[in-house]
Design a protein around this ligand. Sequence first.
Ligand code: COA
Length: 125
Amino acid sequence: MNQVVGIGVDIVEVERLARSLERTREFAAKVFTERERAYCEARAHPAEHFAARFAAKEAFLKAVGHGILEGIPLLAIEVVREGDGAPELRLGPAAARALKEAGATRALVTLSHAGGNAVAFVVVQ
Ligand SMILES: CC(C)(COP(=O)(O)OP(=O)(O)OC[C@H]1O[C@@H](n2cnc3c(N)ncnc32)[C@H](O)[C@@H]1OP(=O)(O)O)[C@@H](O)C(=O)NCCC(=O)NCCS
């Protein structure tokens, strides 16, 4: 069994994320993969799901001990969901490298949204 080597949590105000999405078209393209955008936009309240995914990206950075400006593009940390299943993280090269440098081989994520906030918790092991 793999040992836990890092944890990270983040909370995002849904309204704030919605404002960032409205302000510029580039924001969504810079932060969310095509697959993430398709998932969120197909939901009744897209901003909740975008906010949860933003939180997941920041929680991952905390779990591997990286700052948000330290060279890992947020696009390299992707939340994917198959059907009704639990969300999973797919990592691009820069994020996979950070995971390895943290001494971990996998990253687990869980998401929740309620009361105008979205939260994500990441464990790396
Ligand atoms: C899992 C579940 C209870 C969460 O419901 P909820 O409390 O209304 O929702 P929350 O706001 O706390 O969490 C929503 C997030 O839960 C996550 N989630 C959904 N199904 C999940 C599952 N089966 N396992 C883990 N996480 C799940 C999703 O990431 C979702 O966010 P997203 O749509 O932005 O990706 C609900 O989605 C459900 O009943 N799903 C179907 C039944 C199921 O598969 N249950 C688990 C096995 S018995």
